[in-house]
Design a protein around this ligand. Structure first.
Ligand SMILES: [Zn+2]
Length: 97
């Protein structure tokens, strides 16, 4: 019995269709504003023939979360509307008692 488990395994390259994509670790570069961030030992899949790289999507989202200080944190914006506002002249909205 064989289960389909291609998640962490090598697989044939979709790009050149001849090479094999192997799990590997690379140094990932990304820009954060004006700073170049390098992440060593970043999980990636690399084709041994054409060199196509695919990064681990989970690692990418993890990294994005790290780099974005607002990620994962819900910014609660409390918009306080005044209970009654002065309507100027025109009767656009009905007055609230
Ligand atoms: Zn390839």
């Amino acid at each position: 019995m064989r289960k389909k488990e291609n998640l962490r395994e090598s697989y044939p390259c979709r790009e050149c269709q001849a090479g094999i994509v192997h799990p590997s670790h690379v140094t990932y570069f990304t820009w954060l504003k004006d700073e170049l961030i390098t992440v060593p030992n970043f999980p990636a899949w690399i084709c041994d023939l054409c060199g196509k790289r695919e990064y681990d999507q989970r690692a990418i989202s993890w990294l994005t979360m790290l780099l974005n200080p607002n990620a994962g944190r819900k910014v609660e914006e409390k918009k306080k509307k005044p209970p009654y506002s002065h309507l100027s002249g025109d009767n656009a909205a009905p007055a609230i008692k």
